[in-house]
Design a protein around this ligand. Structure first.
Ligand code: PMP
Length: 429
């Protein structure tokens, strides 16, 4: 009997070792990590420079409580993150994961509103579908029935607007009217709630698990920024999955030149080497909160020197090997190959994404975009078939499919074109 317990009851191989984009199980079978875990292992496994940086830091110190010590890796990593973020986002608050980063963003926004005399603002509007984390605050802005239904009525409930899924609504992604149409839903929601009660809007620039690499229509990102400004609503970008370089730029928002008020990052930041995340905010907000007594929030392991040393080495590797450039180039090749597959099979309804954050959607019929009938058990068939091919892909159910309507294909940013061939051969079979 195993003493481990997880959400999934599916039997999985026992991991032995991993290197680059490959992972071996205890029986010596080699898998391709076609989703970088959950879009985490961005620079591949067992990177020698990261392991060396971790070993060197371990010889010096592994933990110093953040209220007792500053650390050199922490200082260096914060400076590096601030340099990679758009101008103005210059204060870095470390955490150990994505949910913690989102919680921190929501709580900083709230505390900022309180210190500037706007305590009536507490609602955080988000989108449906969406995924922002599993802790209560992050779950309250998550729009994903399988994970929220068991907890309803939500202990904290927040308003939702539809995500801009133009591909399902039969709207043209490249028509500015489409972006304006979805952004108008945010404005309507703010007005319905009463702007004086709305604290923030949170969304993912490029969608992740819940929407399958959803790319917003033309004009949407800018319009959302303008609406937030108009009503004094803070804009939070959840870049836990889209941040870190996978989309070809450090942040997804950079693709549109849109700067949020607060950004949450994690996943590819620690890149599978350490649990690491961060909330990045502007000085004007952080200083106001600090002046009023400090940010009343924090997590024990946050910013420990080992995590920071690893995170710094990850970012240095991304720069040294131009992995963002590689993600953009190889991502374009992989996306074109997925689109070619879509031409061959009517049950692939859409291929979307940016860089190496890519997904395809299975439908009953591409003409109508009707969802997969639940009975099709697409998850079982496709993910299990991929396992049999020793390829790992990431599936999520958001429509009719038994457990998988869209499938993320997001190999590490080090993936070569030859490895794209390897992935596509298995996927096509
Ligand atoms: N936000 C987004 C966009 C995510 O994809 C995730 C994880 N899938 C989270 C938040 C939560 O991150 P974690 O699981 O590290 O708490």
């Amino acid at each position: 009997m195993s003493h481990l317990f997880y959400l999934s009851t599916a039997k999985r191989p026992v991991l032995d070792r991993a290197e680059g984009i490959y992972m071996w199980d205890r029986d010596g079978r080699r898998f391709i990590d076609g989703s970088s875990g959950a879009m985490v292992s961005n620079i591949g496994h067992s990177n020698p420079a990261v392991l060396a940086a971790m070993r060197a830091q371990m010889e010096k110190s592994t933990f110093g409580y953040r209220l007792h010590f500053e650390t050199e890796p922490g200082e260096a990593l914060a400076a590096k993150v601030a340099a990679l973020c758009p101008a103005g986002l210059d204060k870095v608050f470390f955490v150990s994961g994505g949910s913690e980063a989102v919680e921190s963003a929501m709580k900083l926004a709230r505390q900022y509103a309180v210190v500037r005399g706007q305590a009536s603002r507490w609602k955080v509007i988000s989108r449906f579908p969406s995924y922002h984390g599993s802790t209560l605050g992050a779950l309250s802005v998550t729009g994903y029935d399988p994970l929220t239904d068991p907890f309803k009525p939500m202990m904290v409930a927040m308003p939702k607007i539809p995500a801009p899924r133009a591909y399902l609504d039969g709207l043209d992604m490249d028509d500015p009217a489409t972006g304006a149409h979805y952004a108008a839903m945010l404005e309507a929601q703010i007005l319905a709630e009463g702007p004086e009660t709305v604290l923030a809007f949170i969304h993912e620039p490029v969608g992740g698990a819940s929407t399958g690499a959803l790319v917003p229509p033309v004009g949407y990102m800018q319009a959302v920024r303008e609406i937030c400004d108009k009503y004094g609503v803070l804009l939070i970008h959840d870049e836990v999955m889209s941040g870190g370089g996978r989309v070809g730029t450090f942040l997804g928002g950079d693709l549109w030149g849109v700067v949020p008020d607060i950004v949450a990052i994690s996943k590819g930041f620690g890149a599978g080497y350490v649990p690491l995340g961060a909330m990045v905010a502007p000085s004007w907000m952080v200083d106001a909160v600090q002046a009023a007594g400090g940010f009343l929030h924090g997590h024990t392991y946050a910013g420990n020197p080992l995590a920071c040393a690893a995170g710094l080495a990850v970012l240095e590797e991304i720069g040294r090997c131009d992995l963002m450039g590689n993600a953009a180039r190889v991502g374009a090749v992989l996306k074109a190959r997925l689109k070619a597959l879509m031409q061959r099979y009517g049950f692939i309804g859409d291929v979307r994404g940016e860089g190496l954050l890519l997904a395809f959607e299975l439908v009953a019929d591409r003409e109508t975009m009707a969802p997969l009938p639940a009975a099709m058990k697409a998850f079982d068939t496709l993910v299990e078939l991929a396992y049999a091919e020793q390829l790992i892909i990431y599936a999520r159910r958001t429509r009719g499919g038994y457990a998988g309507d869209h499938f993320l294909v997001c190999p590490p940013m080090i993936t070569t074109e030859a490895q794209v061939d390897e992935i596509m051969e298995k996927l096509t079979r």
